[in-house]
Design a protein around this ligand. Structure first.
Ligand code: PCD
Length: 796
């Protein structure tokens, strides 16, 4: 038999209805170590690149002497900014209306910045030769602290821009300032708080890498790269190199995690492309861990001042925020270009707050550029953390239970669709139901009783751990566009899907989005299975190759299900409609007399007369006489421009134990009730939530990219930049509610980033609840908790 049940369990157990838990099709190759990642690619004659990086955070480059490196017997080329300048490639336009240096020409602006690119016969020689390049620097004072960046005497980061006199990048505001001021003037109570969302890093296990090659036969540029957005990258390479798009092929093979880190174009990529053009050989460049942590897109670095107005009994009447956003040396944020602060202005979260206003000021500092949406739909993580923390600060100040304050202020189901204070329309939700379910699962009242008991015991004996309970009732906003409001680098945020059914009834789905571990080969096959009534194992999902897939903006901001998923479902429906016409011709009956039932078009009232999709596909490719206006074969396509974002949400309860002697935090329990509308594959969804919750624990308790006052990067390895492991994570307790998105063809909302957005606040709220402290900034390391307990929280 052609079907091996070990390879194709569907033969034994088909998933009813397409949707439902099923093992991921791609995992067979992953668990056997047979994934094919960029660094696995080895082309004949391939050369290897290495990047020389700045040891200084800020220094003028006096001279670069590449003679020593060029004399190395295995070195083929050394590229500097001057070389790139001659080709107009020394600076690349960023996705946020700025430019960024590819290789520094005038000065270096952060530690780790790219200065030269060595191309050698092997990776070791390339790295060795870096030490043979002689750079003379004239060190300059750096500006490291964003709060000092606008001081009149602050060193100027971007002095290459004529007329620039300060480090100011942008000012941006949203909401109604006057109405908000009025709400505050009339408020019974106002709580304020300064909060930092520290600089963190997506830190995917696979670092960034590329193999760039000019195909000697076709003269095309073929780029294998760890990209979350292959088509957008093709357009960018065309713009930057002048090579037309039809002569560029971008291939993203398997990707070992992206988390937003693989959205942007990095200097190493352009250097590899340039090196391939001048050497005529394929050039591979793979970052090491330190390079990844030091120079590629960081996330957050938002200094926030929050003010929340309320009645004495805890009804919120206003929210006002000022943000100082540290964008590093170049404004390289990857996000819809009309929103300089991403989706930060969806900062009223899950609450009915109509008087709200935020103002965001972006500044340059001598740190790496980026500001990427690390598991975050364009800065909504910062917004969610802010409001979830402010609600707890309010509860603290008023002496109220945080669950009670949330109950009082959550949007009610009948308020949907809900237009928030800054104009976004939340599609659907039932927030109180999710909160009550989470509190019930956690046994909230019992936990509060245990907490009181433990606190009393600690006060009596000075012994024992303190218990903390933290809530977060967050709203996410994912699935960008619509394209009239959202573009990236001028490309509208829509995505396409193409579906062909082969003569044997199996199918190929070609997508513009790109899985980095989320399981698209499985879940997108399930979407087609659901729509066409065939097995998901009968659908081959093609992604990550611009030669084989339709144009679209790619995978980030949890947009694949909301956008590409809708495109795939729509394409399948078009196939189904076409199949109906073919079936009508086959059965010699009017299409109006056919009904769709479990993968067949059959005659209404005579279910035995009908044709399965496979039979129809065969006929569509065969000699059957089709009506004149009906093309042969069986395919459909869709370019989906989403009418709105989707708004998944959740209610989280985190339970921690804090050792008051050491400040050590242990997460004892984590209850997460998520709602992402209809779930295509509940197992995949749970996996996504598990990952995001772990992320949340990481950011709340240990992750930070810190710098010393000279701008030295203090987190350039996993010894210093701590990632959570299974040891720090409890056994997750998941619940769910299902509130379909009214505008998505499947009712599905994105889920990939929800837990990373919602979890940090729950953990922080829990730790501060345990130690009875109003606020302390993340990460809540033992040192931070210990200091906070003594009334002196540390400031990063
Ligand atoms: N789903 C289902 N259902 C629903 C939803 C969803 O089933 N309702 C599933 C899907 O299909 C897929 C997943 O789940 O598979 C996910 O999805 P979504 O939400 O749509 O998302 P996507 O787009 O796909 O993805 C993205 C995301 C992001 S964004 C991130 S960060 C992360 C997440 O994803 N990343 C990652 N997750 C993950 N996982 C893994 N494994 N890896 C990775 O890397 Mo950004 O913006 O980029 O920052």
């Amino acid at each position: 038999t052609l079907v091996d049940p070990r390879r194709d369990p569907a033969a034994a157990a088909p998933v009813p209805n397409g949707f439902g838990p099923m093992l991921r099709k791609e995992d067979g190759r992953f668990v056997r170590g047979r994934g094919r990642f960029v660094d696995d690619i080895d082309l004949p004659g391939m050369l290897h690149g290495a990047v020389l990086r700045s040891p200084y955070a800020h220094a003028r480059i006096v001279s670069i002497d590449t003679g020593g490196a060029l004399a190395h017997p295995k070195v083929r080329a050394v590229i500097t900014g001057a070389d790139l300048e001659r080709r107009g490639m020394a600076w690349l336009p960023t996705l946020s209306h700025d430019v960024a240096a590819v290789l520094a020409t005038d000065k270096v602006r952060y530690q780790g910045q790219e200065i030269a690119f060595v191309v050698a016969e092997d990776r070791y020689s390339a790295r060795d030769a870096l030490a043979l390049i002689d750079v003379e620097y004239e060190p300059l004072a750096p500006v490291v602290d964003a709060r000092r960046a606008l001081d009149p005497d602050a060193p100027l980061v971007r002095d290459e821009v004529p007329g620039r006199a300060d480090n100011h990048v942008f000012d941006w505001e949203a909401g109604d300032a006057a109405a908000t001021d009025a709400a505050f003037a009339a408020a019974e109570h106002v709580s304020t708080c300064d909060l930092l969302y520290p600089r963190v890093h997506p830190a995917p296990l696979e670092t960034c890498g590329i193999v760039a090659a000019l195909d000697p036969v076709t003269d095309r540029l073929v780029v294998h790269c760890t990209t979350q957005a292959p088509h957008a990258h093709r357009t960018l390479y065309a713009t930057l190199t002048g090579i037309p798009e039809h002569r560029i092929r971008i291939v993203a093979p398997d990707i070992g995690g992206g988390f937003g880190n693989k959205v942007a174009l990095y200097p190493g990529y352009l250097c590899a492309v340039y090196a391939a053009t001048i050497t005529g050989a394929p050039v591979k460049w793979t970052e090491d861990r330190s390079e990844n942590l030091m120079s590629t897109s960081f996330a957050r670095d938002y200094h926030m001042h929050g003010e929340i107005a309320a009645t004495k009994d805890g009804r919120i009447t206003g929210l006002r925020v000022r943000v100082l956003a540290d964008h590093g040396a170049f404004n390289g944020t990857s996000q819809p270009s009309k929103f300089p602060a991403g989706f930060f202005h969806i900062f009223t979260g899950s609450y009915a707050i109509q008087a709200a206003h935020c103002r965001v000021t972006g500044v340059y500092t001598n740190k790496a550029p980026g500001g990427v949406a690390y598991a975050c739909s364009f800065r909504i993580t910062e917004a969610s953390y802010l409001v979830e923390r402010m609600v707890d600060v309010l509860a603290f100040d008023l002496g109220l239970d945080p669950a009670q304050v949330r109950r009082k202020n959550l949007l009610r189901p009948e308020q949907f669709p809900y237009r928030c204070a800054t104009g976004w329309v939340y599609d659907s939700g039932d927030y109180p139901r999710a909160l009550e379910q989470a509190l019930e699962m956690a046994e909230y009242a019992e936990l509060r009783a245990e907490q009181a008991q433990r606190r009393a015991e600690y006060e009596r004996t000075g012994e024992g751990a303190l218990l903390g309970i933290g809530l977060s009732t967050f709203t996410e906003a994912v699935g960008a566009g619509p394209k009239k409001q959202m573009d990236i680098g001028g490309l509208g945020m829509a995505d396409a899907a193409e579906l062909s059914v082969h003569p044997d009834g199996t199918a190929e789905l070609r997508l513009s989005c790109m899985s980095q571990g989320q399981g698209h080969e499985t879940t997108f096959a399930q979407i087609i299975a659901h729509e066409l009534g065939i097995s998901p194992y009968a659908v081959n999902v093609v992604q990550g190759d611009t030669d084989r897939t339709p144009f679209g903006l790619g995978t980030y901001g949890s947009r694949s299900t909301p956008v590409s998923g809708a495109a795939a479902a729509t394409a399948a429906r078009r196939v189904r409609e076409r199949a109906k016409l073919v079936a009508a011709a086959m059965l010699e009956i009017s299409p109006a007399d056919l009904e769709w039932e479990a993968g067949r078009w059959q005659v209404r009232g005579d279910p035995a007369a009908g044709a399965s999709l496979a039979e129809i596909a065969r006929a569509a490719h065969g000699s059957l006489e089709l009506p004149d206006d009906l093309e042969g074969q069986l395919s459909g396509r869709c370019v989906y421009n989403p009418p709105n974002l989707t708004f998944p949400f959740g209610a989280y309860v985190c339970v921690v134990e804090v050792d008051p002697g050491t400040g050590q935090v242990r997460v004892r329990r984590f209850v997460a009730v998520d709602d992402c509308g209809v779930r295509i594959n509940p197992t995949v969804v749970e996996g996504q939530i598990h990952g995001g919750l772990a992320d949340g624990i990481g950011m709340a308790l240990m992750e930070v990219l810190a710098f010393d006052t000279d701008g030295n990067h203090l987190g350039a390895s996993f010894m210093d930049y701590l990632l959570p492991t299974a040891l720090e994570c409890p056994s997750w307790e998941l619940g769910q509610t299902v509130t379909p998105s009214p505008h998505h063809p499947l009712g599905a909302k994105g889920i990939g980033e929800s837990a990373t957005v919602g979890a940090p606040a729950a953990v922080v709220n829990a730790v501060l609840d345990a130690i009875g402290v109003r606020h302390a900034d993340m990460p809540l390391t033992p040192a931070q908790v210990w200091s906070a307990m003594r009334g002196r929280p540390l400031r990063t």
